[in-house]
Design a protein around this ligand. Structure first.
Ligand SMILES: [Zn+2]
Length: 238
């Protein structure tokens, strides 16, 4: 019985270590994800800028097309004017030309504004692209370090799992079942130390008769308050 208790204690030690290794591994995975999300966000931002620039380039090209058409119209109207006979016709074409000139001025202004916007966005995009390259370089190394750490942690976990296997195959299935279900209920701790009449798992006073029977060490005794399996550990004599 004493041997079984010792094995349970070892098992708990290993399991708690595995728990903490896994927690460490999870937070490393979290950091790697954070690094990747940061990169994704920067890439998306850059792609958004490039899309906007392409849209503006297209708008500019469309307006340049319209402008060319208007200018052609003006040119045609002007040559037409030379052949006009009546004053009325002359005035009508004059109005057309004025309207078309107004239109070209507006188009030219719009094109200039678009060129300004495109230049501004291109500057922004160049800066973002440079900082993304820098971020990629910096994070590649950090990410690699985290991945190495994750792999090393996995090795420790595997070592512990092998040790765990050695112990669990020596223990009866019913005891393991009890151990596992207690671990689930008691935040990973199925075994508690009993000392000076107390259960150190829940810090409750143990009934004296129960505490005394722990000294015999011939049966598995659970704490009546937290149900953890009790292991007697006396304070070394001062
Ligand atoms: Zn207890």
């Amino acid at each position: 019985m004493k041997k079984r208790l010792e094995m349970l204690e070892q098992l708990q030690e290993i399991d708690l270590r595995i728990d903490s290794l896994k927690n460490g591994q999870n937070s490393l995975h979290g950091e790697v994800n954070g690094i990747e999300q940061g990169l994704d966000a920067a890439r998306e931002e850059l792609a958004g800028l490039e899309t906007r620039i392409a849209q503006l380039e297209q708008e500019k090209a469309e307006r340049e097309g319209l402008l060319a058409t208007e200018q052609e119209n003006i040119h045609r109207s002007e040559s037409h004017m030379k052949e006009i006979k009546t004053n009325k016709e002359f005035q009508a074409i004059g109005r057309e030309i004025t309207a078309a000139r107004k239109q070209t001025t507006e188009l030219e202004e719009q094109i200039l504004r678009t060129i300004g916007q495109i230049e501004e966005l291109k500057g922004e995009s160049a800066a973002k692209s440079a900082s993304l390259a820098e971020l990629e370089e910096n994070t590649a190394q950090r990410r690699q370090e985290k991945l190495v750490e994750i792999a090393a942690t996995q090795k420790d976990i595997d070592t512990d799992l092998a040790k765990r296997e050695e112990i669990t195959k020596e223990l009866p299935a019913s005891l393991l079942k009890r151990y596992n279900s207690l671990r689930g209920q008691r935040r990973g701790q199925a075994v508690a130390v009993a000392r000076d009449g107390y259960c150190l798992g829940c810090n409750m006073n143990l009934p004296p008769q129960l505490y005394n029977s722990l000294f015999r060490g011939d049966e598995m005794i659970s704490c009546p308050h937290c149900q953890r399996v009790l292991i007697l550990k006396q304070q070394p004599a001062a």
